[in-house]
Design a protein around this ligand. Structure first.
Ligand SMILES: NC(=O)c1ccc[n+]([C@@H]2O[C@H](COP(=O)([O-])OP(=O)(O)OC[C@H]3O[C@@H](n4cnc5c(N)ncnc54)[C@H](O)[C@@H]3O)[C@@H](O)[C@H]2O)c1
Length: 403
């Protein structure tokens, strides 16, 4: 059994966004609920949640007591809150001081805070899981990579699409198609989500870091042994988010990445588009991609699983319980097979295993999405942001493989 500290108490952790219960597909959140269930299963010991404002925990407890308990009456939703009173940007430090070394720390705060919090957690001797995008710059990525290595700790990136059985199969297929030729990916969220992200959208991060991170990670993972990115150019669309938030914010960002196949020298191209101005639709998030290799191609629409549900309250929806299955079975949570849940469970299990068999770290660093094998993801996302600022193609130098 391992203790867990979660830093960040927003939508992905609790299901509560700035205005109250999130109107997205995650009104029950993902992280806290998954951890409560893992504690019931005997995998997790203490659960600590660290935010900034002690008052926020009243709302969170009420949300868990009313909404989570109405679905899963027997679920234990207790946790230790930090800060206990007042407001502090550094309440997670008090929590870090209480955790035994080798515990789990999960960082689900705005993108520009990941580096500092992950670094302090590693320095305190914890295994760390960080929300995508892991960090914003290559320099930060390499600094954490050095630290994790020096300390012998696991630093994993939370990219749950890797645990989607269909995406994972696509990656295995792609590796049989020969050289990489072309990929198009698209991912969006509705413009209502801009209210949830009003605190940071266009200030400390952008929609490309937030959503393109997923498919760029998937491509880097799939082609890591045979292709490398050589340059990135980004373009943007504007006009909706800036009016809504009253500051400069891109609506949609497209990164075009030039790749080179390592053995043949043949060129490949990937085009990744992410937007947060989508209209309401039958899904919260559109997410799909097309990949073409020299000997095969694959098309996936992850948002539409051929599973439609219609109710008087919500109308028609394309459901995806493969991500998070919230519908209870016999009054209990029954979503242990969801890829949102499995991503968290894999990190918890792997961290726990390292306490008994530390020599497994090298294997985990190969198999899992870790700081060791995701450097190209950070390089592409950072180059995309720089390309928008500088209005030019950014050439990626060095690095012939994934890390
Ligand atoms: N919402 C999603 O669907 C989703 C999915 C996957 C990953 N993520 C990632 O998770 C992270 C958080 O996203 P979110 O949607 O939950 O955001 P959010 O804006 O709803 O919540 C962010 C939380 O971080 C807290 N925070 C900010 N600075 C802090 C600090 N110094 N110490 C402690 N807490 C601090 C805020 O108080 C807030 O509770 C982001 O990196 C995002 O990319 C979100």
């Amino acid at each position: 059994m391992i203790d867990v500290l979660v830093v960040g108490i927003g939508e992905y952790v609790t299901g509560l966004s700035g205005e109250g219960v999130a109107k997205s597909d995650k009104s029950f959140g993902v992280i806290a609920l998954s951890l409560f269930d893992m504690r019931d299963r005997g995998m997790v010991g203490e659960i600590h949640l660290a935010g900034r404002d002690a008052k926020r925990f009243e709302l969170i407890r009420e949300h868990f007591e009313t909404n989570l308990k109405s679905a899963y009456p027997a679920l234990d939703t207790s946790f230790e809150a930090h800060p206990k009173e007042g407001f502090s940007d550094e309440a997670y430090r008090e929590a870090l001081g209480k955790m035994p070394e080798g515990s789990c720390v999960m960082v689900f705060t705005p993108d520009d805070t990941h580096f500092k919090i992950a670094k302090e957690a590693l320095e305190a001797g914890m295994h760390v899981l960080v929300a995508k995008p892991l960090v914003k710059t290559t320099e930060e990525h390499m600094a954490l990579q050095r630290l994790a290595k020096e300390k012998g700790l696991l630093l994993m990136l939370e990219v749950h699409k890797r645990f989607d059985p269909i995406y994972a199969d696509a990656v295995d297929q792609i590796r049989t198609f020969g050289d990489f030729s072309l990929m198009h990916s698209y991912m969006s969220q509705p413009k209502t989500q801009l209210d949830t992200f009003a605190g940071w959208a266009g200030i400390s991060s952008d929609i490309s870091y937030y959503l393109n991170a997923h498919h760029i990670d998937l491509l880097c993972w799939a082609v890591q042994d045979f292709a490398r990115p050589v340059s990135v150019v980004a373009t943007a669309s504007t006009g909706v988010a800036d009016r809504k938030l009253g500051r400069e914010v891109e609506d949609t960002i497209t990164l075009t990445v030039q790749w080179k196949n390592l053995h043949s020298g043949a060129l490949g191209t990937s085009v990744h588009t992410a937007s947060w101005i989508a209209p309401p639709s039958d899904v919260h998030s559109q997410q799909r991609f097309f990949y073409m290799g020299h000997r095969g191609e694959v098309t996936i629409d992850q948002a539409h699983r051929g599973y439609g549900i219609s109710t008087d309250e919500q109308g028609y929806k394309s459901a995806n319980p493969l991500f998070m299955k919230y519908t209870p079975r016999d009054g209990r949570f029954a979503g242990q097979q969801g890829y949102g849940y499995r991503s968290i469970e894999t990190f918890v299990r792997s961290s726990d295993e390292l306490a008994r068999t530390p020599e497994k770290l090298a294997a985990f660093n190969q198999e899992l999405p870790t700081i060791e094998n995701t450097l190209n993801v950070t390089r592409i996302l950072e180059a995309g942001r720089r390309s928008l600022y500088e209005g030019r193609v950014i050439v990626l130098l060095g690095e012939s493989k994934m890390a």
